[in-house]
Design a protein around this ligand. Structure first.
Ligand SMILES: O=C(CO)[C@H](O)[C@H](O)COP(=O)(O)O
Length: 232
């Protein structure tokens, strides 16, 4: 079984939470893409749902797979969001944004009654931080913002290692919102809540990839089967 097979299994299980008439948040990434594809099969078989994509890529996928889409402006409250994650830590804390869609993903998750995270078992970890934390920043004042983030990291005894994410041709990666991403190689984040607070207070930081208190259910597929973890 490949990691991609496991991602698809987790995505397939998430369909159990989908009911006719639901307004759904549609996540971004290879795992979420499986969900959108499988949801499209159900839609073609007659299921009536509508989705809010969390990226331009997912919008295109939803259209290709036949999932009707809307926006948060037209449907500001969603019942369920299904999304992937880069890491799932204690209490279903997450690192997200490996695919660069963290801002819309967090807005959509926060507008949802229930966020379900789907992943293969490699994403389930005892602590967050091995995956570099994506921090979305406005291009204006990049150096000043970068220095402020580095100082915040140092104040928490975290390494101030920040890398501007690059895309094709070595140019800065630009998010759907027109921002840049600084990836912070932290190793281990002992206190995600304190870090989230410090990052959110920095002018120029648009959003960060720590998703705390948002996911209620994790569906994790591994060699031994699919586990459902609920956050009470
Ligand atoms: O946060 C994300 C995109 O911004 C993705 O959900 C995350 O990167 C996981 O991706 P994948 O399912 O491809 O492993």
């Amino acid at each position: 079984m490949t990691p991609d097979d496991l991602k698809r299994q987790a995505a397939a299980r998430a369909l159990d939470w989908v009911r006719p008439g639901m307004r759904l948040g549609l996540g971004t990434g290879s795992t979420a893409r499986h969900f959108v594809e499988l949801l499209g099969e159900r839609v073609r078989a007659g299921l009536d749902v509508i989705g809010v994509p969390t990226s331009e890529t997912t919008q295109a996928d939803a259209e290709r797979f036949g999932v009707p889409v809307t926006t948060l402006d037209d449907e500001p409250r969603l019942q369920v969001t299904v999304d992937g994650a880069d890491e799932i830590g204690p209490g279903l804390s997450l690192i997200k944004g490996g695919g660069g869609a963290l801002l819309r993903e967090k807005i959509v998750a926060a507008a949802s009654d229930h966020m379900i995270v789907i992943a293969d078992e490699s994403k389930l970890l005892p602590a967050l931080g091995a995956f570099p934390l994506p921090i979305e920043v406005v291009p204006f004042g990049l150096m000043a913002t970068r220095n402020a983030i580095a100082a915040a990291l140092e104040s928490l005894a975290l390494p101030p290692e920040l890398k501007l994410r690059t895309g094709s041709a070595g140019l800065a990666f630009v998010t759907d919102g027109g921002h840049f991403i600084l990836d912070a190689a932290l190793g281990r984040i002992p206190d995600p809540k304190s870090l989230a607070g410090k990052l959110a207070a920095i002018p120029g930081v648009v959003e960060h990839g720590l998703f705390l208190g948002l996911a209620r259910t994790a569906i994790v597929a591994g060699a031994a089967g699919v586990r459902v973890i609920e956050q009470s």
